[in-house]
Design a binder for this molecule. Sequence first.
Ligand code: CAA
Ligand code: NAI
Length: 246
Amino acid sequence: MRGLKDKVVIVTGAAGGIGKATALRFAEEGANIVVADFVDGSGTVQEVEAKGQKAIYVQTDVTKIESAQAMVAKAIEVFGRVDVLINNAGITKDAMMKKMAKEAFDAVIAVNLTGVFNCTSAVLPNMLENKSGVVLTTSSIVGIYGNIGQTNYAASKWGVIGMTKSWAKEMAKNGLRFNCVAPGFIGTDMVKKIPMEVLQEKILVKVPAGRLGEPEEIAAAFAFLASDDAKFINGAVLSVDGAATI
Ligand code: CAA
Ligand code: NAI
């Protein structure tokens, strides 16, 4: 990919799943990585270093703006700047609407929506000063089409699309780009929580590709959208879902 070598890339939720695969893909492209996660991300750091790139782990709770700001400050202290932010940390707390507790709604919004606001607001001063930067966010097909049992999650994943489009309109003139990737069902710990019969009989049967996606297939979309090949793509949502949504 053009233009990723020596870039400083923050990936939230990079201790595992899609975030880890994304950190490793950017390392393969020659970038240096900030692994920002609530849980220990030192395994991802070691794998990035094994690819010959630099990486740090900064323990981060994206729901707290002070934590997001401290993480970005550490990134700038160590690497001097931030070129790319990938807002990827996310959680589910699924329940039918009639059974969904207010706490489950608030918890998902706090990570998946407020967390994206917090981290983006924390990187903006540096990106605006540099007159360059890319902010990419993991939305979901659930954000665009809704899903049974996911009122809270769908609201958060639709919400990040609205924020992304607003930011593109506000700050394209400053040299900044904002885009979302909307994955289908990807084989990570998040999907392991779906009851097996629901996954097999209600979800996978509707995916023309007939399989779960792989974290690396989402990482590839992020690498493209962060690269110079995507330099006129701003405010877009790229679906990566094995035709699940057509
Ligand atoms: N799609 C279609 N049908 C679904 C469904 C889904 N996602 N989830 C549940 N159903 C169906 C069940 O098969 C069941 O159907 P029948 O009445 O015909 O048997 C009915 O809805 C009721 O389901 P449950 O008996 O399981 O009801 P429950 O109250 O015990 O549990 C639930 C409800 C917590 C929502 C549980 O069904 C569940 O976890 N479903 C999966 C929800 C889901 O798809 N989550 C995606 C997580 S991965 C993710 O979010 C990543 C991403 O961005 C794609
Ligand atoms: P995962 O559960 O493997 O990874 C999520 C990561 O986010 C974990 O490492 C977790 O510690 C971290 N995290 C959670 N709360 C945090 C917080 N408050 N602060 C910092 N980090 C926190 O899940 P997966 O699948 O890799 O998900 C990554 C993103 O992709 C999420 O935003 C998810 O909603 C999204 N997504 C996932 C899909 C899937 O099918 N797996 C499909 C569409 C979107």
